[in-house]
Design a protein. Structure first.
Length: 287
């Protein structure tokens, strides 16, 4: 293997990591690919013979590239944000399910767009990729203490206001929803009952063009029976989303939003499930 081949092989080992960093920084797959390409160009031109941690060095490079792109975007007043689109040929394939698990929540991307470039970089590198503030500080041209403050401000924006006493945070709600979706996918009646409130209500809005239109069901056993008997239409494809401020899930297939589910969670159980299939209603929801 000659030097060029060795260099290319080293870069390929870190390509997926670099793209993940870039996507979370930029919120755009196309821009993430551009950033990775620019990182490769800089890597190819640099003398890295003395670099001990090549992955860390490349992470720093891609971070600087993304920071420049974010600053240029602000200058142009552009805010590109892609809705993650996942098409699964086989929803039972673990590799394809991993595509869903790895996708970044739309709600998080929207919040990240409100941060300054330096705040976004500090938050993403520290909170999502575990880099120390000492490593991040030179990239944002601040000292470690100031960099810590950048990440702290970003974290408060991402988390929003502190939840009231007795009310689950979105992360707590998400764990309950994860259990609901897992039980639905597996056809596990007992597990589904365990996550449903005894008085749970299920509402499905199918719209005027889909019989039987709106569906209303109440009671844990009845809801569980209907969900497992009909097969949960959204469970195999669901991506986490925040729907009108509540935890939920969305199904995007071939670039089109097909359905949205909003969960009302309290006391560690699902109190209400609202499934929307009506295209008119889907267009009105805040995702």
């Amino acid at each position: 293997m000659d030097a060029d081949q060795w260099q290319a092989a080293q870069f390929e080992q870190s390509r997926s990591h670099l793209r993940a960093v870039a996507y979370r920084m930029l919120g755009s797959g196309a821009e993430a690919d551009d950033a990775v390409q620019e990182a490769w160009i800089r890597f190819a031109r640099a003398d890295t013979s003395a670099v001990e941690n090549l992955r860390g060095w490349l992470t720093t490079v891609i971070s600087r590239v993304c920071l420049d792109m974010l600053r240029a975007r602000r200058t142009r007043r552009e805010e590109p944000l892609e809705l993650p689109t996942v098409t699964l040929e086989d929803p039972t394939d673990p590799e394809q399910e991993a595509l869903l698990a790895d996708s970044v929540g739309v709600a998080l991307l929207v919040v990240l767009e409100t941060l300054s470039p330096a705040e976004r970089l500090a938050f993403v590198l520290h909170d999502m990729f575990g880099m120390s503030f000492e490593e991040i500080a030179p990239i944002v041209e601040r000292n470690p203490a100031a960099t810590r403050q950048l990440a702290s401000r970003a974290r408060r924006r991402v988390r929003g206001v502190e939840p009231q006493a007795g009310v689950e945070s979105l992360s707590d709600q998400r764990r309950v929803v994860d259990a609901f979706l897992a039980a639905s996918r597996e056809g596990n009646f007992e597990a589904l009952l365990a996550v449903l409130d005894p008085e749970v209500a299920f509402h499905a809005d199918r719209g005027p063009n889909l019989a039987p239109g709106a569906v209303e069901i109440s009671g844990a056993e009845e809801v569980a029976k209907v969900i497992l008997a009909r097969g949960t239409p959204f469970a195999p494809y669901a991506q986490h989303a925040v729907v009108d401020g509540q935890t939920g899930a969305a199904v995007v297939l071939r670039g089109r939003l097909r359905s949205v589910v909003k969960f009302t969670v309290a006391g560690g159980r699902v109190m209400r499930v609202d499934l929307t299939l009506d295209p008119g209603r889907l267009a009105q929801l805040r995702l």
